[in-house]
Design a protein around this ligand. Structure first.
Ligand code: PLP
Length: 425
């Protein structure tokens, strides 16, 4: 059987690992080691020449392991398996999503360069752009979901930084409202501002849709970033990140990773290998549950509005077209407005019993939070209004529990809102 023709889920238990390397162990052990023994001094010299770019790897030359900051079997096997979902040439894993994000930005942006990004981004990413990169003389320009291709090009031209634009960075679906950004349209904008001597790279943070439901490289992205803490890890027990792209791009990112020293450790790598074996069944169950929950919410008298991608249709042609083009599922992230305000939203959150009140997403357990005062507290009030991040908005990451139990929990927590209002009256 040709491994290339198998589905990724069939390869998650075995790809890139040979039991003969480890006494026949069916699972890749944790290579809890800092350094690796060379067979000869000549071999050590050859490994360093390639690792430090002194010469190119020769055809048929086998690279060996040197030191766990440069690489480690748990990370190499994990990186090889992660490439299968996105159809990427290579991957680099990190000890957090933020180290994946910051390493990409530091590698591709130099003083005087400009980055264009979609707003809102993950809070940590936006902070890094606004408060760290600007200290190094990097210009930032923002656009909003809903802006057309020509409007975005206009924003760049009016900024007077068009000639230094180096990267477009987007997150789609946007957190927490599920607004979609057209990846291939962003690629066309990147091409519009690219010159032979100055390519404009398109980076997509694909955390919200995991590696199953959207494949940005297939729509023209150069770089895909994940917080592997979310769907890839999927059990709320590990912090990690990943970057995927062409061999040339990942080589640059891995080189900077070696010198920043922010690679994932072997234990993190091993945990993610274990998580990947169930990635598809977990995410499929989560998406199925999310549809049931969304259908319950949309008909509930205490719910004013539901943001769920599975409900998109011809009544919203722009978003629906993007959805059909680049999304393979409605996903498992929902947000909704309860009737009332912050008080009612808090009553709902405080009365959930099965669903946990916590930030983060993509895990086996369902998580609910209040974006306005938690994940998105940093946004100014005007921006919150513009983005529909209201005081009554709840974000829900749907897990793998039985959907009837999730609906029962949501239902009883919504009942509590009524009880409180009656007590007040
Ligand atoms: C969580 C998250 C990050 C940051 O990842 P960490 O693993 O927490 O460092 C980046 N982007 C998005 C969209 C996220 O949800």
């Amino acid at each position: 059987m040709n491994k290339k023709t198998l589905h990724p889920e069939s390869l998650m238990m075995s790809y890139g690992y040979n039991p003969e390397w480890s006494e026949g162990a069916i699972k890749c052990p944790i290579f809890q080691t800092s350094t690796f023994v060379f067979k000869t001094a000549e071999e050590g010299k050859a490994f360093f020449e390639v690792a430090y770019g002194i010469r190119e790897q020769r055809p048929n030359e086998k690279m060996g392991l040197i030191y766990s900051r440069i690489n480690n079997p748990d990370l190499e096997i994990l990186e090889n398996r992660l490439t299968l979902w996105d159809g990427a040439e290579d991957c680099a894993v990190f000890e957090s999503g933020m180290s994946a994000v910051s390493t990409v930005l530091l590698e591709f942006l130099k003083p005087g360069d400009t980055i264009l990004y979609s707003s809102p981004l993950y809070g940590g990413t936006e902070h890094f752009l606004q408060h760290v990169l600007t200290q190094f003389g990097i210009n930032i320009i923002r656009f909003k979901t809903g802006h057309s291709r020509n409007e975005i090009i206009d924003i760049v031209n009016k900024s007077e930084h068009a000639h230094t634009l180096k990267m477009i960075y987007i997150e789609t679906p946007a957190n927490p409202t599920n607004d979609l950004i057209d990846i291939s349209c962003c690629k066309a904008i990147a091409d519009h501002f690219s010159k032979k001597t100055k390519p404009v790279y398109l980076a997509v943070d694909n955390t919200y849709f995991g590696p199953l439901w959207q494949h940005p490289l297939k729509h023209g992205a150069d770089i895909v970033i994940y917080s592997a803490t979310k769907y890839i890890g999927g059990h709320s027990d590990v912090i990690a990140g990943a970057v995927l792209g062409s061999s040339a791009i990942i080589k640059r990112i891995k080189t900077l990773r070696t010198f920043l020293g922010n690679m994932a450790g072997p234990w993190t790598g091993w945990l993610l290998l274990r998580s990947l074996e169930t990635l598809k069944p977990r995410m499929e169950t989560q998406a199925r549950n999310a549809r049931h929950v969304a259908e319950f919410l949309i008909n509930h008298p205490k719910i004013e509005r539901v943001n769920y991608l599975g409900f998109l249709d011809e009544t919203n042609p722009v978003q629906y077209d993007i959805f059909k083009k680049q999304c393979l599922s409605g996903g498992a992230m929902l947000s909704f407005d309860v009737v009332g305000s912050e008080k009612e939203a808090f009553t709902f959150l405080n009365n959930l019993k099965l669903i946990k009140l916590a930030v983060s997403l993509g895990s086996t357990e369902s998580l609910a939070e209040h974006p306005s005062t938690m994940t998105h507290v940093d946004l100014d009030p005007d921006e919150k209004i513009e983005l529909n991040i209201t005081e009554k908005l709840i974000r829900l990451s749907v897990g793998v529990e039985h959907y009837e139990d999730l609906i029962a929990d949501i239902s009883q927590a919504l009942e509590c809102i009524i009880v409180e209002e009656m007590e007040l009256a």
